[in-house]
Structure formats: structure tokens, C-alpha cells
Design a protein. Structure first.
Length: 300
């Protein structure tokens, strides 16, 4: 996807802009090791499904440029997760990273969402859209042709085109199959849904990933916004400050990333103010077992 000069310059200017308060912050975000490595990932990253599926115009992309800028400045090295099946999101992600010269400042993840016979062509398109020679993480999307695709992903890893490989899904009804794959296959990453409203992963998948040394990315940490509906009109509890939270979003995210099996959560947003809110969950004290239970009870 190409940009005209006016749009490109507008996006570049937006990426250069940063709120003074954020620029002055020196506190380091919480990070977790990728199991079996010394690589540390920030516990909060960014997804792009739906939110980055926009056109080429400056008005469409300016808020996303600011969202990207906030991530790069506040939490360098964070996961940016996209996919070729997210409409224009992959190309928009690539254009914004290129405008910010950001490829080396993110942990870039994408997916294969077609049959293994078409995987090579799809991945070539992804690299072109992302303006990248390689990605950090390549995942089989939603179990699509997973056996053949996982074999192909291993070949890409051996060829140096990806650093890590994994598999993804976004629904509870896939967890049993995912658990069997984690038992039977050697994976670097698993990406799954997990939130205060969807806790099925706690039963088997998360403990299993810890046992097997598999890093875990969490999608849908707000259950597609339903968690906010559940607390609409309810004030943030007074005790939220004990875990350095000022909003419900931060409580929801800290509940997720405080689980010891979780490597990072990847909430998606197109709104800079929401991005600032989300990024706040990477800092300060994390809930312990008692505080996690308290957060869960507050939603009931």
C-alpha cells in the first residue's frame, strides 16, 4: 500500500509528536522472559485487528500514528501483532513503522492464515506490506491447516526468516485442541484469549504452557469490550491504587499479565487516550494472588 507525500509527511509528524509527561517518564515497564531464552518482552503490547484496518488518508491514519508513537516511546521492544487477514491492518502497520523507522524497536508478529500450499506467497506479501525482511514471530492463525503450516513455519525459522513460531486462536472452544498441540509439538509461542470474562485458559492451557516452556500472548483481554459494559457506572475501587491502577482497563490488563504463565497481552485500540491507559498497565506493582481475587470479585 503506497502513500502520497502529503500523507506520509503527516504521519511522520504525528509519530514525532509525544506528550511531555510521557517523554519525562523514566520508569521501566515490567517485562517477562521468553521461556528458554534471555529475551525480555514488555507485558503490554499492541494488537491491530479491526483497529488498523483503515484507508490511506491522513485523517484515517493520524490517530493510529499517535497510537504507534505512544507505544514506541513508552514501551520500546513491545509486541506488535498483526495478520494478513485483518484487511489493511498489516499494510498500515508496515507503513507506520516505516515512517517511524521503528522495525528494530518492536517485536513484530504476524500470521499465516491460509493453507500451507499458499503460505509462501502469503508470507511474501506480509513482508512486503510490513516493509521487513523478517519477523520476530510467525504464527499459524486459528489452527488453519495447522500441521502443514507448522511444518512450513519451522522451515522459515531454520532459514532465518523468523525468530520464533507459534499458533493462535481466540475462542474457548479451541482450547482442548490447542492443549493437545502444546503437548505434542514444540512451540515457542501460543496466542489465546484470556480475560476476567473468559478464564477457561487457567484450567489447563496456561499451566501446560508453563510446564512446556511456551510463551503466551493474550488476545481479547477486554473480551471485545464486554468487560467495560459490565462495570459501566461503577467507580474504580479505592484499593486499585495498591496495584498502581487508576482505571478499569488497567485493572483488567494487570489481572491478565499478573498470571505467571502470561508473557504479554496485546490489546488493540485506535484511540491515543486508550493507548495511554493500556500502556499504564505495564508499570508499577502487579497484583498478587489475593489482589487478583479482589479484582475478579469487583467484576462480579
Amino acid at each position: 500500500m503506497s502513500l502520497d507525500r502529503r500523507t506520509f509527511l503527516g504521519i511522520t509528524a504525528a509519530l514525532a509528536a509525544l506528550p511531555t509527561a510521557l517523554a519525562a517518564t523514566v520508569e521501566a515497564p515490567m517485562r517477562r522472559k521468553i521461556p528458554g531464552t534471555s529475551v525480555l518482552l514488555p507485558v503490554i503490547g499492541m494488537g491491530t485487528a479491526d483497529t488498523f484496518n483503515v484507508g490511506t488518508g491522513a485523517d484515517d491514519r493520524a490517530p493510529l500514528a499517535e497510537v504507534m508513537s505512544l507505544l514506541l516511546q513508552r514501551i520500546p521492544g513491545a509486541v506488535v501483532d498483526t495478520a494478513p487477514s485483518y484487511g489493511s491492518a498489516e499494510a498500515v502497520t508496515g507503513d507506520l513503522m516505516q515512517a517511524a523507522n521503528a522495525r528494530q524497536r518492536v517485536f513484530l508478529a504476524t500470521k499465516i492464515s491460509t493453507s500451507a500450499g499458499q503460505a509462501a506467497a502469503q508470507f511474501a506479501g506480509s513482508l512486503s506490506d510490513l516493509h521487513a525482511d523478517s519477523v520476530d514471530l510467525l504464527q499459524v492463525h486459528n489452527l488453519i491447516d495447522w500441521r502443514n503450516n507448522l511444518r512450513w513455519l519451522r522451515q522459515r525459522k531454520e532459514a532465518g526468516k523468523v525468530r520464533y513460531i507459534g499458533i493462535t486462536h481466540y475462542r474457548d472452544d479451541a482450547h482442548d485442541q490447542l492443549a493437545q498441540i502444546v503437548r505434542d509439538e514444540k512451540l515457542d509461542f501460543l496466542q489465546i484469549n484470556y480475560s476476567l470474562g473468559e478464564r477457561n485458559a487457567e484450567k489447563v492451557l496456561l499451566p501446560l504452557c508453563q510446564e512446556r516452556g511456551v510463551a503466551v500472548l493474550i488476545n481479547r483481554p477486554f473480551q471485545d469490550g464486554r468487560l467495560f459494559s459490565a462495570v459501566r457506572g461503577k467507580p474504580v475501587p479505592d484499593w486499585a491504587g495498591e496495584v498502581d491502577c487508576t482505571t478499569w482497563a488497567q485493572l483488567f490488563l494487570k489481572f491478565v499479565v499478573s498470571h505467571s504463565a502470561v508473557t504479554a497481552a496485546i490489546p488493540a485500540t485506535s484511540k491515543p487516550r486508550n493507548m495511554i491507559d493500556n500502556l499504564g498497565a505495564a508499570f508499577g506493582r502487579m497484583p498478587d494472588t489475593r489482589e487478583r481475587a479482589r479484582i475478579a470479585a469487583a467484576l462480579a
